[in-house]
Ligand binder design. Structure first.
Ligand SMILES: *Cc1c(COP(=O)(O)O)cnc(C)c1O
Length: 378
């Protein structure tokens, strides 16, 4: 089954109990037992719920793994994955991971003895050098947010295997439609499903897929023990969103290519960050490991003032955090999504005051280009 078909026919496409063509919202917390322990696979909805189960089976199929899990947010998913580790374990992270990931690792998980080192994983040498005796995993985000840096998943997974470590990939920006990290050797793939997977700015959710049944068992134990599960209504909305993920991603890409072409030529734009550009330092790797480059673009306009002028004058690019939905969004990472990263560190990474990030939506590309043209001036 090809990916676009799998979006619609993967997982549990129809309700096994009634034949309804969509698995309904099982708004239920507990299930009648025919004698003690005699149940139909569901006992209590923290442990398992049929609507959530249908979503978990679907994301498992889309990523080509063994077990899928749905959480109440991307951060809940990431935190649950971190609960697979023990006090004293060390993990090597991509340096420009999502701001919330950096925050939970450095301000919460550190209190439980999880140690972390952040390196530019687009150069694997850095990852190699950061591995210590107590290192247990390599955690990568590719492409990264907001600089769209690319890490070679297969090379990272090979290094991890050689050293006996797990490879964890945050696949939020690419989605399983474009990139399936387990096929390149990753052990765990996770998502903020709040973004492209949901796609309509109406759900906060997280998804995880494990490459093996045994990792899945460990994660299910954590999910059931700590309890940050996704509710049935939101699970239903994600299944609905996933049905159109393919056509949405294709169209995001078409619009993005046109906008990137416009930005690259604009005299006020100092630099454009997009993995689909041949001039992107890891364009070749992005092309090797994914079938598309996504709809996220960052560009530097030189100063906070210039960035503000743009934010204040766009009509169709809405000033908001988040990304990956049908409507185009615009933000300044330094003062929004990445504000929780200390300024000194932001500057080290290149997340300057003049850096503008856009999430290209599904409006008419000509309207979006006109909007940016007006905002940039000339
Ligand atoms: C948004 C995001 C997260 C966090 O997900 P939430 O659903 O907001 O909790 C994690 N990783 C990436 C790459 C994100 O964009």
């Amino acid at each position: 089954m090809r990916q676009k078909t799998k979006l619609i026919h993967g997982g549990i496409p129809t309700d096994p109990y009634t034949g309804a063509v969509n698995v309904p919202i099982y708004q239920v917390s507990t299930y009648k037992q025919e004698g003690v322990g005699g149940h139909k696979g569901f006992e209590y909805s923290r442990t398992g719920n049929p609507t959530r189960h249908a979503l978990e089976e679907l994301i498992k199929d889309l990523e080509g793994g063994e077990r899928g899990f749905a959480f109440g947010s991307g951060m809940a998913a990431i935190t649950a994955v971190m609960m697979l580790f023990n006090s004293g374990d060390h993990i090597v992270f991509t340096d420009d991971v999502y701001g919330g990931t950096f925050r939970v690792v450095t301000k919460v998980l550190n209190r439980f003895g999880i140690e972390a080192t952040f390196v530019d994983s687009s150069n694997l040498e850095n990852v190699h050098n950061a591995i210590k005796d107590n290192t247990k995993a390599i955690y990568i985000e590719t492409p990264t947010n907001p600089l769209l840096k690319i890490t070679d998943i297969e090379a990272a997974a090979n290094l991890a295997k050689e050293k006996g470590l797990l490879t964890i990939v945050d696949n939020t920006f690419s989605t399983p439609y474009w990139q399936q990290p387990i096929q390149h050797g990753a052990d765990i793939v996770l998502h903020s499903a709040t973004k492209y997977i949901g796609g309509h700015s109406d759900v906060v959710a997280g998804l995880v897929v494990t490459s093996t049944e045994s990792l899945g068992e460990e994660l299910h134990f954590v999910q059931n023990s700590t309890g940050a599960v996704l509710g049935p209504q939101d699970s239903y909305l994600l299944i609905r969103g996933i049905k159109t993920l393919g056509i949405r991603m294709e169209e995001h890409e078409v619009n993005t290519n046109k906008i990137v072409e416009f930005l690259v030529k604009h005299p006020k734009v100092k630099k454009v960050y997009y993995p689909g550009l041949e001039s992107h330092p890891n364009h070749g790797i992005a092309k090797k490991q994914g079938s598309g480059f996504g709809g996220m673009v960052s560009f530097d306009v030189g100063s906070e003032q210039n960035a503000d002028n743009i934010l204040n004058s766009t009509k169709y690019f809405t000033l908001a955090e988040s990304l990956g939905a049908v409507e185009s969004l615009i933000s300044v990472p330094a003062r929004m999504t990445h504000a929780s990263i200390p300024e000194e560190r932001r500057n080290e990474l290149g997340i300057t005051e003049g850096l503008v990030r856009i999430s290209v939506g599904l409006e008419d590309a000509d309207d979006l280009i006109e909007d940016l043209q007006n905002a940039l001036g000339e």
